[in-house]
Each structure stands twice: as structure tokens, then as C-alpha cells.
Design a protein around this ligand. Structure first.
Ligand code: FAQ
Length: 335
């Protein structure tokens, strides 16, 4: 009788119980989900989604959030040494923007059911990744120009397509992030412009910064398409709209003329314009360096993590005070 009862269950009921149990994802549910993605419908937090789609988003969005937070450190290093009050105010605003981006992104990830505490714990334990680029040192003021120009430039190239990501909360967060990154890119380029039109020493500083930041910026786009384990599925789900290599090529095509305008030399002997493809050809990335940085052995990995852990510990009193205040408010409301 019992088995018969199950057999008689409508297909809608079966889908519902599969959804409720969060277990078996039947082929019909997966196909319906894919159809929504292909119709460019936004997937929202309460909609059914495959477990693997949810996991991919939590992974990417939390890594992205951690990158924004750790990314405050290289530039934060120059806040007290900016060459003028105006430059200091601009840099302070930029670093605060990065903190804001981290917060929007943690909030977007939380809509997928992961807690902020868990994400932060994964970062602090070294389990979660953040962008390789933030493990390089900022040795001179020109590095602040190079970060804005190249790192924010690469970030925009990668993130503008994320405004069309199939997951609504991530896509919407990216709209504001991209507007701010666009301002950051311009302020970096303007620093480089001023240095490259300055004294011989300033020009040399600008060139040295480009020499050190060029290749790590190209690495930001991730492994080549042949080695990118997530790209194919993420593109099928319309989380990613372009592959890592496509975005890297777009970045090179846009940035090389900017370097020429600055009168600076891109540190790549193989760089040349190809009339037939209408793209720049460029040299091979040092993938060993990329993997070393990802494994925690870049120039500043340990320093970045130590500083983040210290900041977290020193901020314990703020979290405790906020919790005590929330409790007091709740008690007052209940009374
Ligand atoms: N660094 O299969 P794929 C910014 C990992 S924000 C470290 O290609 P996927 C703003 C990848 O996670 C910069 N790890 O992976 C700012 C995966 O590891 P897993 C951050 C990297 O996800 C400016 C494995 O390698 N932006 O700059 C890197 O399809 C200035 C296999 O790779 C974002 O996070 C890397 N460079 O593609 C702040 C944008 N590349 O998880 C302050 C959103 C790859 O399997 C100052 N994210 N990996 O262990 C994305 O678009 C993608 O996640 C990619 C990687 C393109 C980064």
C-alpha cells in the first residue's frame, strides 16, 4: 500500500519533496533550472537551484569578498605616506570603497545560506582563497598608481560581465562595485600620468611599478582555459560570461595603448600587434609563480594573513559591543 502511495504521488509532489529534502535533484528540475538560465531569468535567493550551482557561487563570491578585504592592505600601506593631503583623502576613500565591496559581497554570499562567521573563519584558517595579486608588495608611491590602473583595470574587465551573472543578488551587487572600480582605475591612471610626465626619477618609478605589476595583473584572470577547472560549468550556468583567457586578452588589448600613451614599456619582449587577429600577442605567463602564490608562498602571503588575523582579534570588542547592543534592543522591544 505504502509503495503504491508513493507511485501515485504526482510529479509535482516528487519535485517538491526532492527540493525539500535537498537530496536527489531530478533531471526535470535540473532541465527547468537550465531553461531559466538560458532565458536570462535571474535566479533569486529563494528559488530552487542545483547544489553545485549554490556551492560554486558561495566559492566564487566569498573568494571575491576576501580579495576585497585583503586587497585593502597593499594600498593601506601608503595611507600615511601619500605625497599630499589630496592624494591621502582620495586613497582613503578608495580603500574604504574596497571594504564596502567586501561587505556587499559577503551579504550576497549570505543569501545562499552560508554564514558570515563561516566565511571569515575559512579565510582566517587559510582554507579559503583570495586573489593572488594582493600578495605582492607596494614598494613606492607609483605602486598605488599601478594598482589603480592595472589591478582595478583587470578587476573591471572581469566584473562588468558579472553584472549579468545569472544569480540576481551577485549581479546587482556588481553594478555598484563596477561604478566604483571605474573611478579607482581612473585615479590610478592619473597618478601614472603625473609620474610619467614628471622628473626622470618619477618616470623611472612609474616604469618600475609597471614592470613589477604587469605579469601579476595578467594572473588575476586565473589559469588558462585549458587548466581552468570551473570555467565550462560556470559559463553554462551564466555565472561567468567570458573565459579567463578571453578576459585576459581584452585586458591586454585595452591596456597596451594606455601604456604607450604614458610613454611606458610593457615588460614583455613577445608583445606585438597582430593585424590579422586584431589582437595583441603576448608572452607566456609564469604559471609556476602563480601556483606558488596560490600555495601561500608569494612575497607577502604570510604578512597579509598575519595582519588580517591581528585586525580580526583587535576587532573582537567591536563585535562584542554590537552583540550586546543588539541584545539590549531586543530586550527593550520584548518589554
Ligand atoms: N588568485 O577554474 P578557475 C579586486 C583559483 S577583486 C587566486 O579558473 P573560477 C578589487 C580559483 O579560485 C579581485 N586564486 O576558477 C580590488 C580556483 O580555486 P578553487 C578578485 C585564483 O572561479 C582592486 C582555481 O584557481 N576578483 O581586484 C585566481 O572559474 C584593488 C581554478 O581556477 C574576483 O574574485 C587568482 N588570481 O575563475 C580590491 C572576481 N584565479 O576555488 C582592492 C570574481 C583562479 O577551485 C584593490 N571571480 N584562482 O580552489 C572570478 O571571476 C573567478 O573566480 C576567477 C577564477 C576568474 C578569479
Amino acid at each position: 500500500m505504502y509503495t503504491q502511495g508513493l507511485d501515485q504521488q504526482s510529479s509535482e509532489d516528487k519535485k517538491k519533496s526532492a527540493r525539500d529534502s535537498g537530496s536527489s535533484e531530478d533531471a526535470a528540475a535540473l532541465a527547468a533550472f537550465q531553461k531559466r538560465v538560458e532565458a536570462e531569468e535571474k535566479i533569486e535567493a529563494k528559488d530552487w537551484m542545483p547544489d553545485a550551482y549554490r556551492r560554486t557561487l558561495v566559492r566564487q563570491i566569498s573568494q571575491h569578498a576576501h580579495s576585497e578585504i585583503i586587497g585593502m592592505q597593499p594600498e593601506g600601506n601608503w595611507l600615511t605616506r601619500a605625497p599630499s593631503l589630496k592624494r591621502k583623502a582620495i586613497l582613503l576613500a578608495k580603500v574604504q570603497d574596497e571594504a564596502g565591496h567586501g561587505l556587499y559581497l559577503y551579504s550576497a554570499a549570505e543569501t545562499l545560506g552560508v554564514s558570515r562567521e563561516q566565511m571569515v573563519a575559512d579565510l582566517l584558517s587559510g582554507k579559503a582563497k583570495y586573489s593572488s595579486i594582493f600578495n605582492y608588495p607596494t614598494l613606492t608611491w607609483a605602486d598605488i598608481g599601478a594598482i589603480g590602473w592595472l589591478v582595478d583595470g583587470a578587476a573591471i574587465m572581469n566584473q562588468v560581465p558579472l553584472c549579468r551573472c545569472s544569480y540576481g543578488p551577485y549581479a546587482r551587487a556588481m553594478v555598484r562595485v563596477c561604478k566604483e572600480e571605474s573611478f579607482h582605475q581612473r585615479q590610478g591612471f592619473e597618478i601614472m600620468l603625473e609620474l610619467s610626465r614628471g622628473s626622470e626619477q618619477q618616470k623611472a618609478m612609474a616604469q618600475d611599478a609597471l614592470d613589477r605589476w604587469w605579469w601579476p595583473s595578467l594572473m588575476m584572470f586565473g589559469p588558462s582555459d585549458t587548466d581552468s577547472r570551473h570555467s565550462a560549468q560556470s559559463m553554462a550556468w551564466k555565472i561567468k560570461r567570458f573565459s579567463n583567457d578571453e578576459l585576459r586578452q581584452k585586458f591586454v588589448d585595452v591596456t597596451v595603448p594606455q601604456a604607450q600613451f604614458l610613454g611606458l614599456r610593457v615588460p614583455d619582449d613577445k608583445l606585438r600587434w597582430n593585424d590579422a587577429t586584431e589582437h595583441y600577442e603576448f608572452g607566456e605567463i609564469d604559471w609556476q609563480e602563480f601556483h606558488d602564490v596560490l600555495a601561500g608562498n608569494g612575497p607577502c602571503n604570510r604578512e597579509r594573513m598575519a595582519k588580517r588575523r591581528r585586525a580580526h582579534d583587535e576587532g573582537a570588542w567591536v563585535r562584542e559591543a554590537a552583540e550586546a547592543y543588539a541584545l539590549k534592543q531586543a530586550e527593550r522591544q520584548a518589554a
